[in-house]
Every structure is written in C-alpha cells, then in structure tokens.
Design a binder for this molecule. Structure first.
Ligand code: AMP
Length: 402
C-alpha cells in the first residue's frame, strides 16, 4: 500500500511516497520558491538506497497546484516514478502544525475539518494556511485518495493544565486560547516509541526526555509514553535556543526594545523569529559552520555554542525533576543525530544524575537507534534518527483503519 505524505509551507512543500507497512521511502522531494520567477523541484528516487537517483528541475511554479502537477508527473514517470497511476495512492497524509484544542487527534479531512484548520490560523499564521492549501491541492488532484491531517500538536495534547497554562489573566486562555501547545510532536512521539523498542521496554510505562535539535529545537518530558511537558509554547518561538529563533527570553524585553528602538510588534516578531538564536549571536545558524568558526577561535561562535548547550542542559534538569524516573535521554534531528560535540557538552557533569557518555560510541555514525552511554549506565543516552514522514504515514493509515 502506498501513502503520499505532504508537508506544505507557504512557498515550498516536501513530499514522500512510502510503501506501507514496510515504511520504505520510495521517493521523496522538495518543491521550492513557489510564486517566484523560477522555482525548483528536487526529486529522489529510492532515497538513501544503493540505487538512489537524484533529479532536479528548474521552472516557474506560479502556485502550489502547479508544483503538485509537476510532482504527479514525476511520481508516474517511467524512469523516476514509483506508481503507474494515481489510483495506486491509498491515502495522502498531511502534516498540519496546529490542531489546537479542537483537533487533538489525526483525522480524515472533510469540509468541517478544513474549516477548523482555517479557524486555527490566527494561532499558527505562518503554517496552517499553507498546510490547508496543500490539503486542497491534493484533494483536487488526487480526489480518490482520502486526506488525513496529522498534527504537530497531537503528541502534546496529553499535557496536564499545570504544564500548558501560562500565568497570565485566565480569560486569555478562555477567550483567545492562549496556552502552551507544543510542536514537533510527530518526531517526539516517533523517537520515544523507537527508544522503548530499542531498549526492550514497555512503551506504556516508559519515561524519557526527548531532544529534537534541528533548525527548530524542542524537548519533551514523556511519562508513561505520554507527553507531560514540552519546551515550545503557544508558538514554536519558545523554549530552547534555535537556528534563528530566540527561545525563552524575558517577556519584558519586548516592551524595552519597542520603547528604546521604536520597533513595531511585527518588526520585533521578525527579529525574534528570524534574526535571533545562533544566527543572532554569531551570524550563522548552521551548527557545522559554528564548529568551523569555533575551531578558528571565533569567540562569538563559542559563546553561541555554549548558550545553545546550556539551554538544553537546563531543560534536561527540569524534565528530570518533573519525571522522577528517567529511562532514557534521546537525541534526534539534524544536530541531535550528528553533533557529537553538542551531545558531549550537554551531558557533561551529569554523572551524579546517572547520565554519562562513552566518547567512542558518541563519535560513531549510524543511521539507526543506538546507545552512546557506557554499558550499565543508569540512564541510557540514545541517538535515534527521527522519521516524521513514516510517523505521518502510520497515523494516516491508523485513522483509515488500514
Ligand atoms: P533539521 O532541521 O533536523 O534538518 O536539522 C538541520 C540542522 O542540523 C542544520 O542547520 C545543522 O545545524 C545541523 N546539522 C546537520 N548535520 C550536522 C553535523 N554533522 N554536525 C552538526 N550539526 C549538523
């Protein structure tokens, strides 16, 4: 059975066709610069396999529909394609960032669900309108395949009120739905389950701390397989230091910057989302570039690395305290999976908490779940590659009862 997974942004979208239940990615790709004079489409046939073929094309994509037409042509292409015709697509799974309190579980998308996703747009103005556009384009182009929405917020829907309520006037929650929602939920859920399976533990009694560290970064405290707390908030701006996002800062900084620099709310929002984080501290947001600069003695790059790691370590301690028992600490996503320096820095000096790292294991690279702590450590530290597309495909079929 083949499932098409779509992750749609405002001027780009990612796609993947997975063979289910094996979970094998048959093809994947990215359409970028939709609406620009020239856009690009990158398509991989059998990504990551020995027979991988990469194909790129440049052309204008006036809108998402045009991009999707080009993708459909590739999916059915004689050489690069993975299906004979669109009837082979059993379902389309869509990543939708914000489900709010209305859409707490993955669901089949009909008119009522589309309205709900649209109504939630004020809470996720950059994401939900684009996600909805992806759903509408796919429904028009592949009308026989059911569309399922899988929400970034779903995994965090189990948080208790003490985790998600902010200490602001309560009516802001009641009238404007101001609360912590959390994001990266498909990733946190996926790696937590993978880690329990890797350690041979029962997921329903599994406690862990998941660290999703990519361009966006978030952590989750997972108790008995359910999210107890997470670092992102009402929006993905909160919590850890990220590539270009500031993470947690004193809320009074807004008013101070507005008064002293005369900036508007929108300008401050852009600054905190796009010009802060690692980039704001040292000018670059890719951790690999930061390591290169550190090696050359760049003091700001060193500071950025330390601030980034310090925020993760603090959150680790906080989640350890609220969980009581921790069965594993899990690193995932671009930085979490690849950056041995960062993992070593975060876990340094935590031996008294039962957390330590074996330097030899930490320096290895392996595309599957593995332990990087010495044998017999009280709290195993794991590196678990995330696979949000697979999690979305699984959730899609679960909704359809397939
Ligand atoms: P993601 O958002 O999960 O795709 O992660 C992207 C980020 O992972 C990049 O911006 C890099 O900062 C980081 N990254 C990727 N590979 C490495 C690596 N080998 N070492 C350190 N960071 C890496």
């Amino acid at each position: 059975m083949k499932v098409l997974v779509i992750n749609c942004g405002s001027s780009s979208f990612k796609y993947q066709v997975l063979d289910m239940p094996s979970g094998q990615a048959l093809c994947s790709g990215l359409v970028e610069r939709i609406g620009d004079a020239v856009g690009s489409l990158t398509h991989k046939f059998h990504p990551g396999a020995a027979d991988e073929v990469k194909h790129s094309q440049e052309q204008p994509f006036p809108d998402h529909t045009a991009g999707m037409h080009a993708v459909v042509a590739l999916l059915t292409d004689e050489k690069l394609g993975v299906i004979k015709d669109l009837s082979e697509i059993a379902a389309v799974g869509h990543r939708v960032v914000m489900g709010g309190e209305i859409l707490q579980k993955a669901c089949l998308v009909g008119e009522a669900e589309k309205k709900a996703i649209r109504d939630l747009s004020p809470l996720a103005p950059l994401h939900n309108p684009a996600n909805l556009q992806g759903i509408e384009v796919a429904q028009a182009l592949i009308p026989n395949a059911p569309s399922v929405a899988v929400f970034d917020t779903e995994f965090h829907a189990t948080m208790p009120p003490k985790s998600y309520i902010y200490a602001v006037p309560y009516d802001l929650y009641e009238t404007l739905h101001v609360r912590r929602y959390g994001f990266h939920g498909t990733s946190h859920g996926f790696v937590a389950r993978e880690a329990a399976a890797f350690l041979g533990k029962d997921y329903d009694t599994f406690n862990c701390i998941t660290c999703h560290l990519g361009n966006g970064c978030s952590m989750a405290a997972v108790q008995n397989g359910k999210c107890l707390d997470t670092s992102m908030g009402m929006t993905p701006l909160a919590g850890l230091v990220m590539g270009t996002r500031c993470g947690d800062i004193d809320p009074a900084i807004h008013a101070y910057i507005a008064q002293s620099k005369g900036l508007s709310v929108k300008e401050i929002d852009t600054m905190l989302n796009k010009q802060s984080g690692l980039k704001g501290l040292c000018g670059v947001n890719d951790m690999r570039d930061i390591h290169t600069a550190r090696e050359q003695g760049d003091a700001k790059a060193q500071l950025a690395f330390e601030v980034f790691a310090h925020a993760i370590k603090k959150c680790l301690g906080a989640y350890y305290a609220i969980l009581g028992r921790v069965d594993a600490v899990i690193f995932t996503a671009g930085i979490g999976e690849n950056d041995n320096h960062l993992r070593a820095e975060v876990c340094s000096g935590l031996e008294h908490m039962g957390i330590s790292i074996d330097p030899v294991e930490n320096d290895k690279r392996l595309g599957k779940p593995r332990s990087i702590s010495p044998a017999g450590t009280r709290v195993p530290v794991l590196v678990v590659p995330t696979n949000e597309e697979l999690e979305i495909a699984r959730a899609t079929l679960a909704v359809l009862g397939k």
